[in-house]
Design a binder for this molecule. Structure first.
Ligand code: ADP
Ligand code: MG
Length: 318
């Protein structure tokens, strides 16, 4: 790509906010110094135009979200994010696009003191791949396989906002004008729950981030742990707009892109969770883990509820 080096330098070469970056952007590979006693957490996610975001999305939002979805994965492991690499495929070297993209990306990176240490830039259909690295003390990672019968089930934040925002954007739903901006903010600028992930180390028995919808992602946690769950639909935390659009909780159960954390708490540890209030976003108990596999939904009086729980799955039709 012509002018590639200049573009990389202009937009992606920044002074590292960290002293564990021995060598960042500019050589054949970055040199990083992981601390002793910690294990490296590594994750990667790709966003493709027209699949993961509408073609016309503000490039600053794309830059932000490409990083946010990866920080969310590290958060769900209880890992502290430290370094990221960025592989960009661009149809053309559009200066304005790159400027805005980099601005959104660096804004979130700075907030979490994450260093962009390398990447790759090629010409092709718009696609963004971010790899995020971080660390977690040996034995303290929040995994999917630790939930046990009797644990309580919690989620951070509110559910369904991003899904409703997307539906509004695509003309599939309508909301009162006062809610529109906040829903789109939740869709385009999800807040990765990094602090919550760190705070939940040694407390939560299992955790997962909700990117494909609560039902789908909770299903992964249940399968990995070899357990089931009972979810009390009325307790699903929903903002006002979602409560109106989704009184029964179907959207909250299935909509993707929330990037909240679902986690399980062993019995008797509610006090410790309450003591973390200052370090956590709002957390809500939504049910409990049971021995019998599968996901059971109940209404306010405990009667079973059945509705479709299909989350977003790229390959469902294939
Ligand atoms: P190489 O041919 O050795 O792979 P590149 O020309 O791909 O080198 O990249 C030169 C330098 O710029 C490398 O340090 C690489 O990590 C960095 N780089 C390339 N693209 C990006 C990007 N999109 N974001 C961050 N760093 C990048
Ligand atoms: Mg390269």
């Amino acid at each position: 790509m012509s002018g590639e080096f200049e573009l990389i330098n202009r937009h992606f070469r920044r002074r590292s906010p960290r002293d564990d970056v021995v060598l960042g952007v500019g050589d054949d590979a970055a040199l990083l110094r992981p601390p002793a006693g910690q294990v490296l957490a590594a994750t990667v996610d790709t966003l493709i135009a027209g699949v993961h975001f509408p073609e016309q999305t503000d490039p600053a939002d794309i830059g932000y979200k490409a990083l946010a979805v990866n920080l969310s994965d590290l958060a769900a492991m209880g890992a502290e994010p430290t370094w990221v690499t960025l592989a960009l495929s661009l149809p053309h070297a559009d200066e304005h696009w790159l400027h805005a993209f980099a601005e959104g990306f660096h804004a979130l990176a700075a907030r979490h003191r994450v260093a962009l240490v390398g990447g790759d830039t090629t010409r092709g259909p718009l696609s963004i791949t971010v790899q995020a690295l971080g660390w977690v003390p040996e034995g303290q990672a929040l995994r999917r396989d630790g939930a046990r019968p009797g644990d309580d089930l919690y989620v951070t934040g509110t559910l369904g906002d991003a899904g409703l925002g997307l539906a509004v954007l695509q003309g599939r739903a309508q909301v009162a004008a006062q809610y529109r901006a906040a829903l789109l903010e939740r869709l385009n600028r999800p807040e990765p729950r990094v602090e919550a992930g760190l705070a939940l180390r040694r407390l939560a028995s299992a955790a997962i981030d909700i990117s494909d919808g609560l039902a789908a992602d909770l299903g992964h946690l249940l399968a990995a742990s070899g357990v089931g769950a009972l979810v009390e639909l009325p307790s699903l935390p929903r903002g006002d707009a979602v409560l109106v659009a989704d009184p029964h909780g179907q959207l909250a159960m299935t909509a993707g892109d929330d990037y909240e954390l679902a986690f399980t708490l062993p019995p008797g540890r509610e006090g410790e969770l309450a003591a973390l209030a200052g370090r956590l976003p709002p957390v809500t108990r939504i049910g409990r883990i049971e021995a019998s596999p599968g996901l059971r939904l109940v209404d306010a009086v405990g009667d079973p509820v059945a509705f479709s729980l299909q989350g977003y799955d790229h390959f469902r039709e294939f």
